[in-house]
Structures are given as C-alpha cells and as structure tokens.
Design a protein around this ligand. Structure first.
Ligand SMILES: Cc1cc2nc3c(=O)[nH]c(=O)nc-3n(C[C@H](O)[C@H](O)[C@H](O)COP(=O)(O)OP(=O)(O)OC[C@H]3O[C@@H](n4cnc5c(N)ncnc54)[C@H](O)[C@@H]3O)c2cc1C
Length: 436
C-alpha cells in the first residue's frame, strides 16, 4: 500500500512524520503547541521532498475541502485549502468556466497549487496559478489569521505564492476562473523530427494557441535528437463540437499503459509512441480531461518505476541561451542510457508571477522522469545542473529531490529575502536540505 504521506516520486522516503489531520477551519489547532517543526500537506503530488517533513509534523489539509462561495457573474471561487482542482472543475464547468491555470493533474489541492505556484500548458498566455489568486487567509503559529492579497499584506501574499508551505497555513483562498466556449478542446498533434523543427512549430503555436506542450523522445539521437509530438489547442466553440470525434486512448499524447520500466522497454516505448501517429499532423476535438489530465486516467502509473521510486527533473532556461544548452543536456541524457518515458518540453511566457520564489520565468522548460537508480542518475543530473546554472536557468523546487544547497542558492538568490517571511514553526525536508 502506498503511504499517503510520502511524495509522488516516493524518493526520498520521509521517516518519523507525525500527522495532524485538520477538519474544521473553526477548530484549527494552536500551531505554537507543536514541539516539532510543522508543514502543511495537500495530497502529496509534489514529486520530491517539498511536501515532506522528516522528524516533523504534517498538517493534513485534505478534509478542509468545502467551498465557501462561487461568484458566477465574475468567475471568482473561494474555497478551503484542501478543495481539489477536480472539485473546482465539477463546480465551475457546468457554468461555462475553466481553471485559469492548471497542472497536468487535477488531483491536487488549492493549498498545494499556491504552495508550488503551479503552471500548465497555457503559461505562455496565462501565467501561473498564483497569477489568478486574489486573496487568501494565512494562519501563523502566533495564532494570527492574516488576510493577504495584492493590496493587503502584499509582501506576505507574494512570499506565500510559491512559498513551499513555509509562510504559514493557507486556510482558504479565492481565485479567478476563466470563461470558456465549451468543455472541449480543438487540438492538433504535429510530428517533429528535430529540436530545430520544435522551435519553428513552437514559435507559431504560441502565438495562435492557448495551450501548447510537446512530448519528446529521449532515446533519439544524432539528427533525430529532440524529435517528438507537438500538441496544441484552443477551447472549441459550439459549431466545432458538432463533429466531435473523441479519440480516447492512443490518439492523445501521453496516454499509455506503463510497461515494466527498463532501458529496453523505454527504447521500444519511445519509438512506438513517436510512430503511433501516421500523419505529420492530426486534428481532433477532445474533452478537456484527456487533453489536460491524461495521466490521471492511468492508475498508479508511478509505481511502475519500482520500489526505489523515481525523480522528476524540471528546469527552465532563458530563451537567449536555450538552444545549445538544451541540446547539450539532451545529448548527455541520451548518452547516459537513463530511461525516460515522459519527457515534456514547453515554452514559459512573460506573464510574471506574484510569487517571490516562483519557478516559472520566460524560457523553455523541460520535465523528465527517471527511475531512481542511485548514484548513476544523481551523477548525471549534477552535470546537467551545471549546464542549467551556467545558462542562467533554474530547477523546479516542487519537483526536486536532490539539487545541492549550493545550486539552490544560486538559482534562487531571493531565498534570503523570502526567509524573512517564513513562520518560525514551519520547515520542510526540502528547505533543510537546500539551506544547510
Ligand atoms: C501527474 C502529475 C502531473 C503534474 N503536472 C504538473 C504541471 O504540469 N505543472 C506543475 O507546476 N506541477 C505539476 N505537478 C506537480 C503538482 O501539481 C504540484 O506539486 C502541486 O503543488 C501538488 O499539490 P498537492 O495538493 O498535492 O500539495 P503537496 O504536494 O502536498 O504540497 C505542495 C506544497 O504546497 C504546500 N501546501 C499544501 N497545502 C498548503 C496549505 N494549505 N497552506 C500552505 N501551504 C500548503 C506544501 O507544504 C508543499 O510545500 C504534477 C504532479 C503530478 C503527480
């Protein structure tokens, strides 16, 4: 059985965590009464250790899952912190709204979406989740309940968005949702055969499509390095969905059954997946679920990585430095023989997040999974970290389990300014690891 209080990657494993379940906003515990350090916990869908607190206390927020209000005129939702994006979608889509930003799973909480300031396929147009947060309440360990917004306690507001759960417990939050023309996406999937081609398609797509993301084949090398499938789409209007052809499995990027993960199966999978699409370009109309949340349809796929768990590695490199550095990183990864099924390439746009510590910034981001095989993978990622660092890029804390404290301080020099807002009772395994 999977422990509900580990992270999604199951690496590192956190020992000796005490769990405090929260049920009612009116009956929250006195946070100063805990002897050990505390950390809010959503649904543990972070991959690394930012949601873990070894030898400390986790405040389990999953039962703080009630809506407070929904303004259907202006598209504003107020909800307790443990409400999930899935619950929000059930509430708002019948009224013609959709999330203004969503990650690749809807099984996360509002508190978690703010804590990591999550991003999705429309970052190039809509920014992060935090860009749409209008207000929240923060419970601090001194007992104060502080309402934060861009106007009120603005610094604490900025520190908490992307603040990794360290500034206090978000009890409820209010955020904007966006009007959409239907629940369906008119999407295109385009095959590209090299990194150069990716950049050409990407340039056009980000101007004409609200949602863009690419899967790339990390086993292809030489002139095929960086080949993959580019997926782009916009919400469909009523006339377009008259000819709905929902292709459930197979046709949508990233839906698959995970075979047993080893280098041979990965090699075979990547080639098969790339070649499953016969035409260079395919068009279809699909429901938002398979388009945004394909992995949610595959139960416990992460367990296929075996009992040592896995790492997700995500970085962003600024545009001006991206091409050669990305190529170098891909070459290192291909030559290392490390296996990845799920490698995603995406452009982040200029919309600035309010979060002091937020990860997304203009550039190209790559996210890649590796089975945790010990020193082998860790050594390779040290090499790629150095390239990211020299290229002026950064690594995503919400997915990290291993970046060095030295690199963290270079990636996030604002950590000192941020530290002033950390609640003295709060800490996490991640924070202790990167600030030693
Ligand atoms: C299949 C899959 C796809 C994903 N795709 C993306 C993606 O496209 N983009 C992206 O950005 N991320 C993505 N993620 C990562 C995931 O969206 C984030 O890690 C998210 O923050 C997890 O939310 P959670 O509710 O599980 O929170 P947890 O993982 O439990 O916690 C996340 C952080 O938020 C803090 N926190 C939680 N609740 C509160 C609260 N009430 N008050 C204060 N702090 C709190 C925690 O302390 C922790 O630091 C993906 C994850 C999975 C499993």
């Amino acid at each position: 059985m999977i422990s509900p209080y580990q992270s999604f990657g199951r690496y590192p494993f956190a020992h000796n965590q005490e769990i405090e379940k929260l049920f009612w906003l009116s009956e929250l515990p006195d946070l100063s009464s805990f002897e050990k350090k505390i950390l809010p916990f959503g649904l543990g869908k972070s991959y690394g250790d930012s949601c873990l607190n070894e030898n400390g206390v986790l405040l389990d927020t999953a039962n703080l899952n009630r809506f407070i209000s929904f303004d259907k005129e202006n598209g504003i939702v107020r909800a307790e912190c443990g409400v999930t994006l899935s619950q929000v979608l059930d509430l708002i889509t019948p009224h013609g709204f959709f999330l203004a930003a969503t990650p690749g799973t809807k099984n996360i909480t509002i508190g978690g979406a703010i804590g990591n300031d999550v991003h999705g396929k429309n970052h190039h147009k809509g920014g992060t989740f935090g860009c749409h947060v209008t207000k929240f309440e923060l419970l601090r360990s001194d007992g104060n309940r502080i309402v934060c917004s861009p106007e009120e306690n603005a610094e604490l507001f900025s520190a908490t968005i992307g603040g990794l759960g360290l500034t206090g417990l978000i009890t409820w939050a209010e955020f904007k949702v966006q009007r959409v023309s239907s629940e369906f996406i008119k999407m295109e999937s385009i095959k590209f055969y090299s990194l150069e081609e990716f950049f050409e398609i990407n340039e056009y797509s980000n101007r004409h499509f609200d949602y863009t993301v690419s899967w790339i084949d990390t086993t292809a090398s030489g002139s095929n390095l960086g080949r993959g499938l580019f997926s782009r789409g916009n919400f469909a209007n009523a006339s377009e969905i008259t000819q709905i052809e929902q292709k459930k499995n197979g046709a949508i990027p990233f839906i698959f059954d995970y075979p047993f993960i080893n280098p041979i199966s990965v090699q075979a999978f990547n080639a098969l997946y790339f070649n499953k699409q016969n035409n260079v370009k395919e068009e279809m109309i699909v429901h938002y679920n398979p388009f945004f949340y394909p992995l949610d349809a595959v139960n416990n796929w992460q367990l296929a990585y075996g009992k040592s768990g896995f790492l997700q590695y995500q970085f962003v490199i600024p545009f001006q430095n991206v091409y050669n550095n990305l190529k170098n990183i891909l070459e290192i990864l291909v030559n290392s023989g490390l296996s990845s099924f799920l490698t995603v390439l995406k452009q982040f746009g200029e919309v600035k997040s309010p979060g002091i510590m937020s990860f997304p910034r203009p550039g190209i981001t790559l996210a890649i999974d590796f089975a945790m095989n010990g020193r082998g993978v860790l050594d390779v990622l040290e090499l790629t970290d150095a390239i990211v660092r020299n290229a002026g890029g950064v690594i995503y804390p919400g997915k990290d389990a291993r970046m060095s404290a030295e690199n963290f301080k270079i990636f996030y020099p604002q950590f000192k300014e941020f530290s002033e807002f950390i609640d003295p009772k709060f800490s996490s395994s991640f924070w202790r690891r990167v600030t030693v």
